[in-house]
Structures are given as C-alpha cells and as structure tokens.
Write a protein that binds this ligand. Structure first.
Ligand code: GLC
Length: 635
C-alpha cells in the first residue's frame, strides 16, 4: 500500500519540492530523509487507521457529502478536559445535532501565559496539560471514530511559540535551528519588509518584527525576529526544507494519533518576498501541494483544512487552482460567505452579497469544498473591496465603517451587540467581535422593556439566527457550528475582566458552554414562550441540519450557481445536481416579499415543496411569498 500510494503522489510531492528546494546542495539528503520519515510514520500507523485510509481511498468524496456536519469548540469550555467530551450526555448532544466532524480548538501544548488561544505552540507532540494527555486524545479520537465522527485539530504552520525547543535553541545560536526562523542581525531588512507588510494585530502587537537583546550562547547579542502575529509567535522559515520535513513528521505523528482533518493555521503567511505583503505568495501553494501529497502517502485518510482569511480571489487557490487543482486544500474557510451574510443582514439587501459570491467564486471546485460558518473564535474583518462595493453603487470605506458601527449597536436602529477589534486609525480599518446570537440581535431584544416589542424583537433575532444556519447548511461545504450558537449563547463580557483573557477582545465570542441551557432547551422544545429562545434555536438548528442530510443535491461537488433574483433583498442560488436542481432562497430583510413563480420555474423549480420545512408552499397569483428572514429550499 505504501509503495502504491508513494507512486500515486510522487510527482505531486517531488515535483513541487524540487522547484522549491532543488537548488540547495543538501536537496538529495533532504529527499532521503523525507522518504524515510514517510516510511517510518506509515510503519507506525495503527491498523484501524490504515483501514480508515483504505475506506477513504474508496470513498474520496466523503467530506463533500451532505451528511457532513461540523462542530467547533475549546475543550475546556466544552466540558473541562478531553475526558469530559466523552460524557454520555455530551456525546448525545453531538449525536442529536448530527455532528460528523469535531474541531477541537488548539489542544497541543502551548506556552505558559498568553498563548493566543493556544495558537502559540510550545510542543506539537504533547497535549495541553490542562486538557489531558496524548493518550487521552488518542482515546477521544477512537471513540469519535466509532461514532462516525472525524477529529479535526489545529496544526499551526506559520509559527511556533518562542518557547518551542527549536526557538530556544535558535536563540542560543545553535545550528541548524537558527535557520528555522527569520532572524536578522539588524533592522535593515525588517524595515524594508515593513514597507509593504500589513499589521495583523495593530493594537495588541504592532509591527511584524521583534527585537531581542539576549541571543547567542552568552545571551548578549541583538537580533530581530519575524513575528507576524504576537511577539511570542516566531514565524517559521519555510524556505528551509528541513522545516518542511519537521512539520511533515509532526503532521503524521498527529495523524497516527487519530486526527483526520488537519486545520492548517494562518497558511497565507508562510512565504516571504520583499516588496510584497508576504501573503499568498505562489510558493505557499507549492508547499501546501507538496504537504498534501505527503499526508496522502503516509496517512491517506487525512484531509487538510486551510485557514486563509484573505480576499475572495486570493482564497480560491487554497482549494487548488491552476497546476494545484484538486491537489491542495480539501477544505478552506469561506470567509466571504460569512462576511457577506452579516453585511447583507445589516444592509437588509443582498446586492453586494450576490455580486461578490457570484463574481469571484467558481461555481464548482474539484475534489474540495468549503468550510462554511457564521461565526468562529476570531473577529470578523470587513473584507469588502472598494471595487466590489463600487460595483453595486456603494463606497467601500463607508460600507465597512457602517458594518463596524452596526455590529457594535452604535448605528441607529441596529439590534446588534458586539465590539470593535484592532481599530487601525492609520487605515480606518475596524473589525468586529461578538457571538452569533448577540450580533443577530438577541441580546438587545432581551433588554427591550415592553413585552410585545420584546417578543417581536426576539422572534426577529431567532429568525436571523436560523436564516444564517440554513444558508451555511445549503451553500456547499461542511457547515461548522460554533459551540453555543445552537443554543443562542450571548457575548460573554466576563472575559473582558478576566486577566487571562482581557487583553484580547475575541474572547467575548468564546463563552463556556452552558449545559443547563441545553438541558432546559431540550425540556422546553416545542414551547413558544420567551424563556424558550434557546429551545427554539436548538430545535431550529437541529432541524436544518437534519434536512441538509436529506438533500443529496447539497453535495460539495455540485455547483453553487448564484442567481440574480428579481428582488435584491433576496439572496438565492441553485445547486444543479444530475437528477434535480435545488434552488435556495433567503430573504435578508425584515420585509414581506414576493418572488415571481415564473422566475422560479425558469430556474428549474418544478416542485413547490419546501425541502427545509418539508411542507408544500402555495403560490398566490403565481407569486411565492417570503416572510421576513425566511429561507426556502425548492427542488
Ligand atoms: C489564525 C487563528 C487565530 C490566531 C492566528 C495566529 O488566524 O484562527 O485565532 O490568532 O491564526 O495563530
């Protein structure tokens, strides 16, 4: 099997590596070492995982099917530690939601103190001791696997913590580790790079380099280190093939512990080129192409989720484009879908959403699909270009400002509650934080004094939450539910005063799971009163996910054709599958609308049965009525 898989991917692996590293005198040694690493890890791969490899070789579209549902959480915030995941009621909750994919937020051993929510990794081969041990992870992976759930874990490729052994040895001046990072004797080159780099955390970690005065064996040398994110996160030097080798070895080690989706963190930053933003350089795609080939050889059941929060045009190549088609990421976050959802909701207009999603994204992507989501642990960057805004008659700057204002609630009439993040006075850029429910208006609704008004506002918020979930469940890709969203958890403001989290505003959308609320929601399912908001959302989300599984047209391989509905408050797309087409409609406004029956028939609708509610829809005067924030799937 190893030999066959090696031959299958030989060209993908070495074709790329030779172009990246072939000029180096140590290239032949590197190739030998890499081949040995692949073989050794294959030899160590447990039998049941080899079966999984075989199964996935035979069903290579498993992750594109409509039965996939993802769930994302921090281990401690879910239920204490790794063992806590396996409590029967916790597993039952995942099963009720139909979860087939679980992303454990960073779980490898981070540095002590601030660690960027675990993204500052000190040791890739150990588990965060607060969560348990590597044996626990292996056990959790195998229990989940038995239940048909794939385990996704983070693999941070762009940087390690400065306390990682490689960094500690580099700091002491030890070869070859000094070549594992970007280390400079003076600030000459750093300053030249800075001219074109952007700042990721302008507030909390300005600049992209950090000066240290304690380098070398005697701790008395001054050096500048590339630190794109926080000071404690040192960028790895991927121009060095031995870094590639180390990370492949780590990836396969984790794959052999049972991780079958690797979330490759911050991949856009992996290659540096003077005079550029040092994001999404062509070499990044070559590395990721080769990396995919490496895991495909020694752990064929593993797929890669690429985290590249970049502009639409820049994002698609992470799923494989040009020579990398079908060879790079199996999954990539659909950041634009998320941004456009919140933008359309605020504007009560889907024109920009239709333009961006219809123009910049190919209808279908071979051998890959999106990870769709409404919220995650990170902020929302209002990545809307001036030219896209202009295409629909908006000013980019004004619209981005509007969104940032709207989602703090400052904009008059906004029902949202959130906060600003990394306001950059120089560029006018501001990002937003907040949980799905708070951004969708639930927090504000619960504060309304007058009963009928409160009830009305709550209903609207619930509708907006379910609208979003119906969108990510049908658009194409694995919908990733963010823990707590299924019970409409609000912003957690305690995080802003807790010294451990106060420094980073993103923690307000990372609450601790409220299991009492889950239990109450289950008890109250079916009740319609105010106290049952969580029940309504839980029932609604669960229903949406069940219905998704019943619609094979939502397979990731089928196109998503963005349509131009006659009413620009509606976002719509068709999913043409061989046997039938499904047309999905989303009213992004609080208005009652109608859609012409003829327009629907022209786009292939013949059966006026809503696949989502599983009920017939009646046309009145040949018009389909759309209630505020309604969502309908028609075959
Ligand atoms: C990714 C993570 C984010 C983290 C950054 C640096 O973008 O999602 O939380 O801060 O990488 O590791």
């Amino acid at each position: 099997m190893f030999a066959l898989r090696f031959e299958r991917s030989r060209q993908d692996l070495f074709g790329m590596l030779e172009r990246l590293y072939g000029h180096r005198p140590d290239y032949a040694d590197f190739v030998d070492a890499l081949t040995t690493t692949l073989k050794d890890n294959w030899r160590r791969r447990p039998e049941d995982l080899k079966w999984l490899d075989l199964q996935r070789d035979l069903e290579p579209d498993w992750f594109q099917r409509s039965d996939q549902v993802g769930y994302v959480f921090y281990i401690d915030r879910f239920n204490g530690d790794l063992q806590g995941i396996l409590e029967p009621d916790k597993l039952a909750h995942l099963a009720d939601l139909g979860v087939t994919y679980v992303h454990l937020m960073p779980c490898l051993k981070p540095r002590d103190g601030h660690n960027d929510g675990g993204y500052s990794v000190q040791d890739y081969r150990e588990i965060n001791p607060l969560y348990g041990t590597m044996d626990d992870l292996e056990h959790v992976a195998s229990v989940l696997r038995e239940r048909g759930i794939s385990l996704c874990i983070d693999l941070v490729l762009n940087h390690t913590a400065k306390e990682h052994e490689w960094a500690v040895r580099a700091r002491a001046g030890e070869q070859p580790y000094t070549d594992y990072y970007w280390i400079y004797d003076d600030d000459g080159l750093p300053n030249q790079y800075e001219e074109t780099l952007v700042e990721i955390f302008p507030d909390q970690a300005p600049g992209n380099f950090t000066r240290y005065d304690d380098f070398g064996p005697d701790g008395d040398q001054t050096k500048w280190v590339w630190t794109t994110f926080n000071e404690h996160q040192w960028d790895l030097n991927w121009a060095n093939p031995w870094v590639f080798l180390e990370i492949v070895d780590v990836a396969l080690f984790l794959a052999n512990k049972g991780a079958s989706v690797l979330r490759l963190d911050a991949v856009a930053f992996m290659w540096k080129r003077l005079g550029t933003r040092c994001q999404s350089e062509p070499e990044v795609h070559m590395i990721l192409h080769a990396f995919r080939a490496a895991t495909r050889i020694a752990a064929a059941g593993v797929i890669h989720l690429e985290e590249a929060i970049v502009s639409p045009e820049e994002m698609i190549p992470y799923l494989g484009a040009g020579e990398h088609t079908a060879k790079e990421g199996n999954l990539a976050y659909h950041n634009s879908l998320m941004v456009q959802f919140w933008s359309a909701l605020a504007a009560q207009n889907a024109q920009l959403m239709t333009h961006v999603l219809g123009t910049h994204f190919p209808p279908a992507i071979p051998n890959a699909t999106y990870a769709t989501y409404l919220r995650c642990h990170d902020d929302i960057g209002w990545a809307i270009t001036d030219s896209d805004a202009a295409a629909v008659g908006l000013s980019g700057l004004a619209h981005r400002r509007f969104l940032a204002d709207y989602y703090t609630g400052a904009f008059a009439g906004s029902p949202a509650r959130g906060s600003l993040f990394q306001v950059n006075p120089r560029t006018g850029d501001a990002r937003s934080n907040g949980s799905t429910a708070s951004l969708a208006g639930l927090e504000a609704a619960l504060e309304v004094q007058r009963t009928e008004r409160r009830q009305y506002a709550i209903n609207r918020a619930v509708d907006r939450i379910l609208l979003g979930h119906a969108l990510i469940a049908s658009y194409g890709g694995i919908p990733l539910l963010y823990m707590g969203d299924e019970i409409a958890m609000l912003n957690d403001y305690d995080q802003l005063t807790d010294p451990a989290t106060a420094g980073d505003g993103r923690w307000i959308q990372r609450p601790f799971m409220d299991w009492d609320r889950v239990e109450a929601a289950r008890d109250r399912a079916g009740a319609g009163d105010e106290e049952s908001v969580a029940a309504r959302v839980l029932t609604g989300v669960t229903h949406i996910l069940r219905r998704r599984k019943a619609v094979p047209e939502f397979h990731g391989d089928y196109a998503t054709d963005v349509l131009h509905p006659p009413d620009e408050r509606v976002f719509a797309f068709a999913r043409p599958a061989p046997a039938a087409t499904v047309v999905c409609l989303f009213n992004m406004s609080s208005d009652h609308l109608v859609i012409d029956g003829r327009w629907l028939r022209e786009h292939g609708v013949s059966d006026f049965h809503d696949l989502l509610s599983d009920r017939a829809v009646a046309l009145h005067d040949d018009e389909l009525r759309l209630l505020p924030y309604s969502r309908i799937w028609l075959r």
